[in-house]
Design a protein around this ligand. Structure first.
Ligand code: PEP
Length: 251
């Protein structure tokens, strides 16, 4: 089967950004993307939900994509404080992150909840970026691959296709810590993820698998060169336009 895995560099701004600085950041990234005119990679920013509409408007026409960081499984209703996938789509999003480890930990999101959110993304016409990753305890217990397998089979809905799914491998202990796995360790994890996907969906060889966890301009090329890595999910380093664009350039 032909490989059609165009690298995707996605920025997760987390709970950062007021209107002025968020829009300035988005415009700076958009300008870099517009100038580079990359046909061979995609660049996405996921601002907090308060900024999705304004950021999407500010970057329109640049080629920079915009996504949400989370969505509710339902399209609408009595869910105070939540945002639906349809609302994100309406605001200009093309993607939504689901199952980030911070939401799994802070909000008790289970694999079943993440799966329902991924289905909601499809219902709204968004591409979910399904996040999985082991904790330090799980890693030290030698359970990394088993944990990834369990999260994947629990979080990826039936009927997945490569053009409607992105998976991000984010070791929890690497997020925001400055620590990263070695390139061979990333390659082993990604190869396993692709193998497991092969057992649960058609076209697994074409699904984009992102690495996330303390990626920055100085280590991006090495991490992105690991086998089966098709891009990155970038937290802290996505808050600086130059740093984020350096990662996109490395892809
Ligand atoms: C993330 O939050 O998805 C992430 C990868 O964060 P950081 O790049 O800051 O480790």
């Amino acid at each position: 089967m032909a490989r059609t895995r165009r690298p995707l560099i996605a920025g997760n701004w987390k709970m950062n950004g007021l209107q002025a600085d968020g829009i300035a950041l988005a415009k700076a990234v958009a300008e870099g993307v517009r100038q580079a005119a990359w046909a061979d990679r995609e660049v996405l920013v996921c601002p907090p939900s308060t900024l999705v509409l304004a950021v999407a408007a500010a970057v329109r026409g640049s080629g920079l994509l915009v996504g949400g960081q989370n969505c509710h499984a339902k399209a609408s209703g009595a869910h105070t404080g939540d945002v639906s996938a349809e609302m994100l789509r309406d605001a200009g999003a093309s993607h939504v992150i689901v199952g980030h480890s911070e939401r799994r930990a802070d909000c008790g999101e289970t694999d079943a909840i993440v799966r329902a959110k991924a289905e909601a993304a499809w219902r709204a016409g968004l591409t979910p970026i399904v996040c999985i990753g082991e904790t330090l305890d799980e890693r030290e217990a030698g359970r990394t691959l088993a944990v990834l397998e369990g999260q994947l089979t629990g979080s990826v809905p039936g009927g997945a296709t490569a053009d409607r799914l992105v998976v991000a491998y984010e070791p929890v202990w690497a997020i925001g810590t400055g620590k990263t796995p070695t390139t061979p360790e990333v390659a082993v994890a990604h190869a396993h993820i692709r193998k497991v996907l092969g057992g649960i969906m058609e076209g697994a060889t074409s699904v984009r698998l992102l690495y996330g966890g303390s990626m920055k301009g100085s280590n991006a090329a090495e991490l992105l060169a690991a086998g089966d890595v098709d891009g990155g999910l970038v937290g802290g380093a996505s808050l600086k336009a130059d740093e984020f664009l350096a990662i996109a350039k490395a892809a």
